[in-house]
Design a protein around this ligand. Structure first.
Ligand SMILES: *[C@@H]1O[C@H](CO)[C@@H](O)[C@H](O)[C@H]1NC(C)=O
Length: 310
């Protein structure tokens, strides 16, 4: 009795296994495609930030952009406005050149997995950066902040973007269906957070120094920029400066804040909407501006823009 049940069960299992194999083997590839299709919008969205970073780092370090160095990656998108070489010391120039080439890799890696889109129009002139600082301090800085002027200004301007990309990858990861997407996003997140850590470390060394000609320290700049991003993103505390009140520091024990993290020191995540509110500088995902005069590219950014027009 028992053995016949076992046999039946075994045979049953075999039949099930065989039919499962038969059913699923030919469709494995197409189901992977289905999953990737589901992930497409989320995977291509970060191209908006990666284009910004690639162009800003390329111009900042070498005085030329994708159109000179890797033209096909721009996919015919308009060249950025107002980008130029920054006045950098050899060390910072070297670091930013490395970041620049890393961003080209990131663009390529995303476009290997999804079709993606062309480079959006980017306004990388000094003024949008000056506007961020004026908004951060709630008053116009005099003279206007110039990101291209020197090492410290450029590093402060770099504090503005890779971190936003990092929070985007953290926010996206749990929404992804395909292992291929998750692998890509983990790889991107690793290097973006590395870039953020390098920028923060270089700034942390000078946290108490004043940024000439303002009577404002490096730490205060980071604090105000983070505060502005929290306000624009409009979804709670997800951004922290280099020196914070103790109850925001790791384990509520320390004011030095070389890396930002939540109460368990895990990275904060942001949605595409929150990111658009921040990088447009308008606090509204349907109102473009700042570094993206025409808004972002791709289905997600365009959908939010269109909603604003209705
Ligand atoms: C870039 O930004 C500056 C200052 O915000 C503005 O004057 C200029 O018109 C912008 N350029 C484009 C193409 O949007």
């Amino acid at each position: 009795m028992a053995s016949s049940v076992t046999t039946t069960t075994t045979v049953g299992r075999m039949i099930i296994t065989l039919s499962l194999l038969y059913l699923f083997t030919p469709t494995l590839v197409s189901s992977e495609c289905e999953l990737l299709k589901y992930d497409t919008n989320l995977l291509e969205f970060p191209l908006n930030l990666e284009y910004f970073e690639a162009e800003y780092f390329l111009y900042g370090s070498m005085g030329k952009g994708l159109d000179t160095i890797e033209p096909e990656i721009a996919a015919g998108g308009p060249p950025p406005v107002g980008a130029k070489q920054a006045n950098l010391s050899p060390l910072i120039k070297d670091v930013i050149t490395q970041f620049a080439y890393q961003e080209i890799g990131h663009l390529r890696a995303i476009k290997k997995v999804v079709e993606g889109f062309a480079r959006p129009l980017l306004n990388l002139s000094a003024e949008p950066f000056a506007t961020v600082m004026n908004d951060a301090f709630g008053k116009p800085l005099s003279p206007p902040f110039d990101p291209y002027a020197n090492d410290i200004n450029y590093l402060i301007s770099c504090y503005v973007i890779p971190y936003v990309g990092l929070t985007g990858y953290v926010g996206t990861n749990p929404k992804l269906q395909s292992p291929i997407s998750r692998k890509l996003v983990a790889g991107l997140l690793g290097v973006e957070s590395g870039q953020d850590a390098v920028i923060r470390s270089l700034l942390y060394e000078k946290a108490h120094e004043k940024v000439a000609p303002y009577d404002i320290s490096v730490a205060e700049f980071t604090d105000k920029i983070s505060e502005l991003r929290n306000k624009l993103g409009n979804n709670g505390l997800k951004d922290e400066g280099l020196i914070v009140p103790t109850d925001i520091g790791a384990e509520k024990k320390i004011q030095g804040n070389i890396l930002a993290g939540d109460k368990d020191s895990l990275s904060y995540g942001r949605s595409p909407r929150e990111i658009l509110r921040i990088v447009y500088g308008t606090g509204k995902e349907h109102v473009p501006g700042g570094f993206y005069p025409n808004g972002g590219n791709g289905a997600l950014a365009k959908r939010y823009l269109k909603r604003g027009n209705n």
